[in-house]
Design a protein around this ligand. Structure first.
Ligand code: ADP
Ligand code: MN
Ligand code: MN
Ligand code: MN
Length: 367
């Protein structure tokens, strides 16, 4: 049979890597496992991954899902990028390091559930913001709202949820967000590689379906300055010990460990996050670290249900919408499951401006 395989990979754009894809037409008996999909290559000099004289990069399929747009037997294929030798992960291949950390943490059975917030744009303004430069009514009614005066872009959001489910991904919900034109979908709970692969593929589907609607989704963490919420990617996490009775003790120990490596995490949690983590709009300031039960102003929230049941998970509220889930899942595993030592460390008394320094190398805006 003929299979249109859409090979999808992360490019080398900094500070926020973007998705690229191209189609390989395969003549195969069936696609039953990832090994049925051949390795491939691309021109790295056009993706910020190579120079023109040594332009070949290798694509290694690592997971695949039904292509919900073309339908089965067509597939979406997530790939890792390798150097031309086919053995060395490309420096932009952040999944390779997550693979290693996931393997070492396997016995603790870690699960991730990621809430991906995003903002829909038509032209240069978010949906719901008038073209003439004016502003909609202040925030309040939009979160989980209904009605044409409050909700913008639902056709695309619904098509996206349908597509993720039809692809076979574990999409666990959607909701309209606090700012007009802002939405969220959730993936998980799943193991680290599956959760992270599905976030990248769900982002690809969102951009791809946006083409049909003339709407562009962006992950910029603070798309509108002023009294408008930013966009994050809350990362919910648990290990087997946290999910068992007595889990609260394990969760509290994890929160303490996360505090000792606050800046090691901030470094991995997305670009331009200083604009979003201000201490306002349901965030904790980027130069503070706090955890607490039910506290949406904390860095880490422990859901009330988890505290009541003495088992469950924690929610790391710091990652920005434009984070790379391979990097976020990796650093959480290193801190919580693999006892990594602090390098950049935690928040000392009266620390200010350290996050801006840490992120200085990655603060050039990108959508
Ligand atoms: P919020 O109240 O913060 O908006 P959501 O319902 O949007 O929460 O998201 C909760 C996320 O937590 C979902 O992605 C879900 O898959 C995930 N989740 C649920 N249980 C666990 C668990 N035990 N470990 C990790 N993630 C979990
Ligand atoms: Mn949510
Ligand atoms: Mn949200
Ligand atoms: Mn949340």
């Amino acid at each position: 049979m003929v299979v249109f395989a859409e090979y999808i990979w992360m490019d080398g754009t900094q500070p926020t890597q973007k998705l690229r894809s191209k189609t390989k037409v395969l003549e195969v008996d069936d696609v039953k496992k990832v090994e049925d999909l051949p390795k491939w290559g691309f021109d790295g000099s056009s993706t910020n991954q190579a120079t023109g004289d040594k332009s070949d990069c290798a694509l290694h399929p690592v997971s695949y899902y039904t292509d919900p747009i073309r339908g089965w037997p067509h597939v979406l294929v997530m790939c890792e990028v390798f150097l031309a030798d086919g053995k060395t992960p490309h420096p932009t291949n952040t999944r390779a390091a997550l693979r290693a950390a996931a393997k070492k943490s396997e016995a603790q059975d870690p699960w991730f559930g990621i809430e991906q917030e995003y903002t829909l744009f038509k032209g240069s303004r978010p949906l719901g913001f008038p073209d003439n430069g004016g502003f909609p009514a202040p925030q309040g009614p939009y979160y989980c709202g209904v009605g044409a005066d409050e909700v913008h872009g639902r056709e695309l959001v619904e098509a996206h949820m349908e597509a993720c489910a039809a692809a076979g991904m574990r999409i666990s919900g959607i909701n309209a967000e606090v700012m007009p034109g802002q939405w969220e979908f959730q993936i998980g709970p799943l193991g680290p590689l599956q959760a992270a692969d599905q976030i990248w593929l769900a982002r690809w589907l969102l951009y791809r379906l946006g083409e049909e609607f003339g709407i562009n989704a962006t992950l910029y963490p603070k798309p509108m300055r002023g009294d408008w919420n930013g966009a994050g990617a809350h990362t919910n996490f648990s290990t087997k010990a946290m999910r068992n009775k007595g889990g609260m003790k394990v969760i509290e120990a994890a929160c303490k460990a996360l505090g000792t490596r606050h800046y090691d995490h901030i470094q991995e949690y997305g670009a331009n996050n200083t604009e979003r983590l201000t201490g306002r709009h349901e965030t904790c300031s980027i130069d503070q670290f706090r955890y607490g039960v039910s506290d949406r102003g904390a860095s880490i929230r422990i859901p009330l249900q988890t505290a009541q049941d003495d088992k469950g998970y924690l929610e790391d509220r710091r990652p920005a919408a434009n984070m790379d889930p391979y990097r976020v899942c990796r650093v959480i595993l290193e801190t919580v499951c693999l006892n990594a030592k602090p390098v950049l460390g935690g928040v000392a008394n009266g620390t200010t401006g350290k996050a801006a320094q840490v992120l200085a190398a990655v603060t050039h805006g990108s959508h």
